[in-house]
Design a protein around this ligand. Sequence first.
Ligand code: PMP
Length: 401
Amino acid sequence: MSARQHIAAAEAHSAHNYHPLPVVVAHADGAWMTDIEGRRYLDMLAGYSALNFGHRHPRLIAAAKAQLDQVTLTSRAFHHDRFADFCTALAELCGMEMVLPMNTGAEAVETAVKTARKWGYRVKGVPDGQAKIVVAAGNFHGRTTTIISFSTDPEARLDFGPFTPGFEIVPYGDLAALDAAVDDRTVAVLIEPIQGEAGVLVPPPGYLAGLRRITAERGVLFIADEVQSGLGRTGRTFACEHEGVVPDMYVLGKALGGGVVPVSAVVSSAEVLGVYRPGEHGSTFGGNPLACAVALEVIAMLRSGEVQQRAAELGDHLHSELGLLAGAGGPVTAVRGRGLWAGVDIAPGHGTGREVSEQLMDRRVLVKDTHGATIRLAPPLVISKEDLDWGLEQLRAVLSG
Ligand code: PMP
């Protein structure tokens, strides 16, 4: 089948809830993908940060293969021999005590919301049914009905109501608004330490530290959704570390499964995750042996700190190169981000994000447009400096063309 035939068949038989670039990938290795007609592309999106270690990292593939020969799924009706190791290692990586494993980012966020509410009723003494969670405008936490209930993206909500109550939205980066929104019913503040889908928005300095102070003083949980920002992307294990902040709960996903298996988790204290009793929450696949085996290898790689170091060093290079495009009269109006993660706003007259993405595809570089005139760069953290420079060269050529 040609690429054209694949795309036509996909359009006929799958819902049109995405608008993919017209490339059909058949193979991938490290930072490179190959399409079914043999063309090679540099991956500068990395599965929205699920592929922080690149495609098919040998250690992750070896861990998966070894586990395939042992046991792949038990459900949580039984213990299995990778589960405790995974929970212990992940809790340790986070400096926390307990883990509740799920599969996707959205499920983990749902779990965080449910956990915060239950904690609010059982521990904090919020009157039943009254719990409120404060969130930020521009957020992206996933696609479930409850999560889109507090989205500020009209497309994400269109014709999906009725919505789940119990959320208050405040402007991102505004500590005074956050402080005013936290009241006696509030059980948690849920934010992304850097807003990914919004265009890699870094909050003003002091925001995370202020949020930490306010939530601690008022006795509400600080939930950091690090599904996209966490696990090395920003040059640290967690984006919260850039302000020396430790939240009460991490929500993790994407890179936790190394791009091999879906793995997500909520990580917190024994007081918070201790609220659950058997039967109150769960997932057939959450914490399965294959997922745990791969995630254990991901955690081991993160423990060495190498990938974070690379993301920090190459990230400085990426941002200084992009900064050169953002000078007066240049093709770029703003560059945001940390580490190997950048939101790039394209100046009027240099194309929409989609157009730039398509032109980059023609030059064998794959990125994703975010809004009208923004593209996002998030290459695998294992990318070589030469490949990164080659990708940037293609971007410069497209933007100056
Ligand atoms: N939280 C954040 C911060 C995300 O960026 C995403 C995905 N882009 C999610 C949650 C949802 O993850 P998933 O697509 O695995 O449900």
